[in-house]
Design a protein around this ligand. Sequence first.
Ligand code: GAR
Length: 205
Amino acid sequence: MADKVRVAVLISGRGSNMVALEEWNRRGERSYEIVLIGSNDPEARGLMAAKIFNIPIWAESHKGMERETFDRLLDAQLKAHEVEVIALAGYMRLLSPWFIGEWRGRILNIHPSLLPDYKGLDTHRRAILAGELFAGCSVHMVTEELDGGPVIAQAKVRIRERETPEMLAERVLKEEHKLYPEALDIFCRTLRDQLQPTISSSEKK
Ligand code: GAR
């Protein structure tokens, strides 16, 4: 596909969703290409995988920096790489309102719960303790409200009897790895179609 949407994936840890996004992209004709992997932790485990993929990496510690100061550094990198869409994949740092405003409508996140339920951390333990029948994951737009932006895709799993949070997390993670690439692909395809200028019949001649 011509004109793939240029995506940056931001990670803070293991990076398994980032790997899933890139592997799925390599298996077929997709609407996005990952042009930058960013991290707020130069020691993040996922960066090893990023090196193997040969995708440019920007990793800088946020420690000791004001939130917006760090986000402005990140923003400069994203713009230098002509990024159009940002996919948060286990990026465990809150983004500043300034950054969210700058990238409004262009930031996606994957969250391990059926939003709007269980925003924040420790989602699987809380779902089990509450006696929920289902757990799952959501891909949503990022807004100023933590885990509160519009949901664009969800996958559901039934919670099993005597299932531990760790067991549930493992099963949901497998769903995340399927859901996120497809949701990102559809999102980028839609964005690209919206940005394509409409060619009228007289112009085509
Ligand atoms: C994933 O389960 C993701 O849904 C979650 O962190 C994990 C990252 O794993 N994200 C959040 O909790 C964000 N609120 P990964 O680094 O292997 O992709």
